[in-house]
Design a binder for this molecule. Structure first.
Ligand SMILES: O=C(O)C1=C[C@@H](OP(=O)(O)O)[C@@H](O)[C@H](O)C1
Ligand SMILES: C=C(OP(=O)(O)O)C(=O)O
Length: 433
């Protein structure tokens, strides 16, 4: 690690040989933070087994505690007991799940809840969900971070129309707390298609497990849902078991793909609502062999990686990994359907094209994605933009590009603390024939 004026640079490990390893991943960010919200709204005691502990989930835990929720337990085994929610101050960091899932819950607190976050978080879209809360009878001041929700201990709820094309989290956030609103919540989406639909499926599935009645519908002539509903009613306490984070698994699987190696991830669920599961199809399309047996997923990389033309609208979280794979592929790639990534941790389309091009790559930003041509890449500095997935994309490229320095590798702690040591262990145990 090199320090330069307070900024750290991590020398990304390079390898000529194939990576062979088995890598266990901690729990899913999306499942952990949903379980925390539902447990905080439930009657009784909930347990969360295998919770992810990372910046995003710790911010959620701290935020809920600030409102009066009791969260105890041991590291990844959490015990959650709700009480009467009161006002407080919430730090959202850069976490989309915190800034979009907590305000609807804060409406149920008795008192003012003040939200702020990282400087960069002030740029992330929030106006849609804050305006929706106003329509549902909640007093909110502000349209972006920082903002305040003036909770009265109850919220009216009812019908609201929103444009959720900027983030599925607007829909998930309103649904997660909606059962505790007097009339429940019905959301109708109007606008361009909603991204990350599997994340909405995850929300609905977890609400059903909590005994909440949910529904979804699509307008005539469309197969895609655009209306979601939660009936008013109690939220049941649940003992949750959190699946490993499959999106966080993708850089490790990519290591097999770009080195012609073999990487296995244990405890890969047979069925899941996690977007990361889609990496199987993507890697197959790029020429890798992908097999699932006895609860483990194994990827074997090809001698030469092929390009891919793929719509990532539903699985935008995977775009940085796929862009890194595409930059190392032997044929052109096209990543489509991800205009909403401009509102992620950073403008990921701008960041990925700037950083890959700075290494000698040939990437063009399109209106809704990236066009990536094969090009020989050389070393240099890879900027992370405080974005955990930019940092891991740099690590993937570093496997094949010598002298690549990744800025602020610690930013991976947003969802995967200890990434560097996991990466080093993968390489130490498994580079071979
Ligand atoms: O609900 C969730 O847990 C998430 C939904 C998605 O957000 P967007 O719909 O804003 O892309 C995803 O990208 C994010 O990492 C997690
Ligand atoms: C977009 C992401 O995170 P967030 O939950 O902060 O939106 C991500 O993890 O890729």
């Amino acid at each position: 690690m090199v320090q330069d004026g307070g900024v750290s640079y991590w020398s990304a490990p390079t390898t000529d040989g194939p990576v062979h390893a088995t890598v266990s991943l901690p729990g899913s960010k999306s499942i952990t933070n949903r379980a925390l919200i539902l447990a905080s709204l439930a009657e009784g005691t909930s347990r969360i087994n295998g919770a992810l502990r990372s910046r995003d989930t710790n911010l959620m835990i701290d935020g809920l505690r600030a409102l009066g929720v009791s969260i105890t337990g041991d590291d990844t085994e959490l015990v959650v007991e709700s009480g009467v929610l009161h006002g407080g101050a919430i730090d959202c960091g850069l976490a989309g799940t915190v800034m979009r899932f907590l305000p609807p819950l804060a409406a149920l607190a008795e008192g003012k809840v003040v939200f702020d976050g990282d400087e960069q978080a002030r740029l992330r879209p929030l106006g849609v969900i804050l305006e929706a809360l106003r329509v549902l009878g909640v007093q909110v001041s502000g349209n972006a971070l920082p903002f305040t929700v003036c909770g009265t201990g109850a919220a009216e709820g009812g019908h609201v129309e929103i444009d959720a094309s900027g983030s599925s989290q607007f829909v998930s956030g309103l649904l997660l707390s909606g059962a505790r609103y007097r009339h429940g919540v019905t959301i109708r989406h109007i606008g361009r298609p909603v991204p990350s639909m599997p994340h909405i499926e995850m929300t609905l599935a977890m609400l059903r497990s909590s005994g909440v009645q949910v529904g979804q519908d699509s307008s005539a002539g469309s197969a895609t849902p655009d209306t979601w509903q939660v009936q008013p009613g109690p939220v049941k306490a649940v003992d949750w078991t959190v699946e490993p984070d499959l999106s966080n698994a993708t850089p490790f699987l990519a290591a097999a793909a770009v080195t012609g190696g073999r990487v296995t991830i244990p405890h890969w669920p047979e069925t899941t609502t996690q977007a990361g599961d889609a990496i199987r199809g993507i890697l197959r399309q790029m020429g890798a062999e992908v097999g699932w047996a006895d609860g483990a997923l194994t990827v074997e990389g090809p001698a030469e990686l092929g390009g891919i033309d793929v719509d990532l609208h539903d699985i935008g979280e995977l775009a940085p990994t796929v862009a890194a794979l595409a930059a190392l592929a032997a044929a052109p790639s096209r990543l489509r359907g991800i205009a909403h990534l401009r509102g992620h941790e950073t403008d990921r389309l701008a960041a990925l094209s700037a950083e890959i091009n700075a290494l000698g790559g040939r990437v063009a930003e399109t209106e809704d994605g990236l066009a990536i041509e094969p090009a020989p890449l050389g070393g240099g500095t890879w900027h992370s933009y405080a974005d955990h997935r930019m940092a891991t994309a740099g690590a993937i490229l570093g496997l094949r590009v010598p002298d690549l320095m990744v800025e602020d590798i610690g930013t991976t702690g947003k969802t995967l603390p200890g990434f560097e040591s996991m990466w080093a262990r993968m390489l130490a145990t498994g580079v071979g024939s």
